[in-house]
Design a protein around this ligand. Structure first.
Ligand SMILES: Cc1cc2nc3c(=O)[nH]c(=O)nc-3n(C[C@H](O)[C@H](O)[C@H](O)COP(=O)(O)OP(=O)(O)OC[C@H]3O[C@@H](n4cnc5c(N)ncnc54)[C@H](O)[C@@H]3O)c2cc1C
Length: 498
């Protein structure tokens, strides 16, 4: 029993263009196409690309018979090292499982797609769907983890919007998991990651969606303007009548290209059906980056974020936009094949605790600033109550947030850099910083245990953060659908349940 034997079987059973082997150009290109270069450091003994669900099932049979360890790869956009790649095993690369079909308000998406083509399809029909804010984002990593979209305040987590998963189980059987068939598996997949099977198709609900208003506002961050932005975020999501049409991210960070000063970046959206008629200036044309001139056309609840002082007007992009345009803007702003790390924690929406988190971060990253190519960012993303309420309405998930009685804010530390030699220093500083932020929030009584799977780092434990009951449920579902624990022992990447 060995990987070599399994590779030989794959060679016999499948055309050579579906199996990339070390030393070939196809292998080099494929293994080099992850978002994070840290993921490309791993060298599988083969990369197998199935063309359909039956071939995924055949692969699982071969992997099991030969006791092979393997990784499951979607688009390869999650920064966590070795979550979708593997050293000396086989990477099951789903990128040929393509296809986007829209029928009776449900969009069916192959596991190898990215959100861009999905948005093109639904937008042409006057619809929207909850997916990544980046057109380049992958489907599987997000829909199996939770996920925030432009529409989360109104439509819930991305995983809540999956009405059916087509799954290949460890036995090789293909099942549908939805509210009627295998409802326990359906719920477990909504936050349970790669622990239950290989999902080959995602069926997502859609909703009517017109073009919306939003974009980015860059500014020079300082003690005189950043705390006010955090206050505005907290005020907005704590309002008893907080809008379900806003999506707000408040970022502060450092990149050498902007000099030594900390930069602020607000990403703000208003997704209501009235956006074009009220804020679009009639023709949907681009709003001026100048705060004064555009103020009259800014949704009032977003004005604190668009009128921040010390703006760098030429970088602002506030305007009416389609879903495709909004997601393309995020994709253009993202990097490819850089060294990358995400980690996160969750706080109550408390201004002082969140500003304290940013203060800790700003001081802690000082020694990292001289590192070549470093980009450091602390992002606050809101979980308003309307988002948390949607989970139960849409059938439930395992994130453990549905009982939250108040809005929450996830604190994401996002870092890009250039060279492997800097990994250790950067990761050590960031881990210490996150732990200090958590301790400070704990001391203030403002910490919530939840860790978002998609933004989690190796030293974190998202499944325990869902709460004992949810973790036990996930373990029970794993025992039921994968009694030999194939996805626990043979798929080591990502976060495991036992
Ligand atoms: C630029 C950028 C923008 C982002 N925007 C958002 C955003 O708007 N909202 C948000 O919430 N997050 C966002 N993220 C996080 C990001 O979308 C994810 O990390 C997501 O996981 C990527 O999905 P993927 O399919 O490429 O995952 P991969 O990296 O391929 O895999 C991630 C994990 O999911 C598992 N997996 C993937 N597909 C399957 C499958 N079909 N069956 C079983 N297991 C599978 C893999 O085994 C792996 O453990 C963003 C990240 C970046 C870099």
């Amino acid at each position: 029993m060995s990987v070599e034997q399994a590779v030989n079987v794959l060679k016999q059973e499948f055309p050579s263009d579906q199996l990339a082997l070390p030393g070939t150009e196809t292998y080099k290109t494929s293994n080099g196409s992850y978002l994070s270069a840290r993921e490309s450091d791993y060298a599988p003994l083969a990369i197998f690309q199935p063309k359909d669900t039956i071939e995924v099932s055949s692969f699982l049979r071969i992997a099991k018979e030969n006791g092979v360890r393997f990784a499951i790869r979607g688009a390869g956009q999650q920064p966590l090292e070795a979550c979708a790649n593997i050293q000396d095993g086989i990477t099951l690369d789903l990128r040929r499982l393509t296809g986007v079909e829209l029928k009776e308000g449900v969009v069916s998406v192959g596991a190898g797609e990215r959100w861009g083509p999905v948005y093109e399809k639904v937008q042409a029909a006057g619809l929207g769907v909850g997916g990544s804010r980046s057109a380049k984002g992958g489907i599987g990593g997000l829909s199996l983890a939770g996920g925030l979209s432009f529409f989360s305040s109104r439509e819930g987590f991305i995983c809540d919007n999956v009405i059916n998963f087509e799954v290949v189980l460890a036995s090789g059987a293909v099942v549908q998991a939805n509210a009627q068939e295998h409802p326990d598996l359906w719920k477990a997949l909504k936050g349970g990651g790669n622990n239950f099977g290989v999902v080959t198709r995602f069926d997502l609900r859609t909703f009517p969606q017109k073009p919306f208003w939003g974009g980015v506002v860059f500014y020079l961050a300082s003690d005189s303007n950043y705390p006010g932005q955090v206050q505005a975020l907290v005020d907005e999501i704590r309002k008893p009548d907080a809008s379900e049409e806003t999506h707000i991210m408040v970022n502060v960070g450092y990149s050498a290209q902007f000099g030594d000063q900390m930069m602020g970046l607000n990403q703000v959206y208003y997704t209501g059906a009235d956006a074009a008629s009220v804020y679009g200036g009639g023709d949907g044309s681009k709003a001026s980056g100048d705060a004064g001139e555009s103020a009259a056309r800014v949704p009032p609840m977003l004005q604190p974020f668009t009128s921040v002082s010390s703006q760098i007007g030429q970088l602002n992009s506030l305007r009416m936009m389609t879903l495709v345009e909004g997601a393309t803007e995020h994709a253009v702003m993202s990097s490819e094949q850089v060294r990358c790390a995400y980690m996160n924690c969750t706080l109550r929406a408390d201004k002082d605790a969140l500003v304290a988190a940013a203060d800790i971060y700003t001081k802690a990253i000082e020694p990292l600033k001289p590192i070549d190519g470093i980009v450091l960012c602390l992002t606050l993303q809101a979980y308003p109550k309307s988002l948390l309420r949607r989970t139960a309405e849409l059938g439930g998930n395992v994130l453990g947030l549905n009982n939250a009685e108040e809005p929450l804010v996830t604190v994401l530390l996002l870092t890009y850099w250039k060279h492997r030699k800097d990994d250790e220093q950067i990761l050590a500083v960031l881990q210490r910083t996150l732990e200090t932020i958590e301790k400070e929030a704990e001391a203030r009584g403002q910490r919530v245990p939840y860790t978002y799977l998609n933004y989690a780092s190796k030293f974190q434990d998202p499944f325990s953060s869902y709460g004992q009951e949810n973790k036990r449920f996930l373990q029970d579902v794993s025992r039921k659908y994968d009694s030999d624990g194939l996805f626990q022992s043979n798929v080591p990447g990502g976060f495991k349940l036992f």
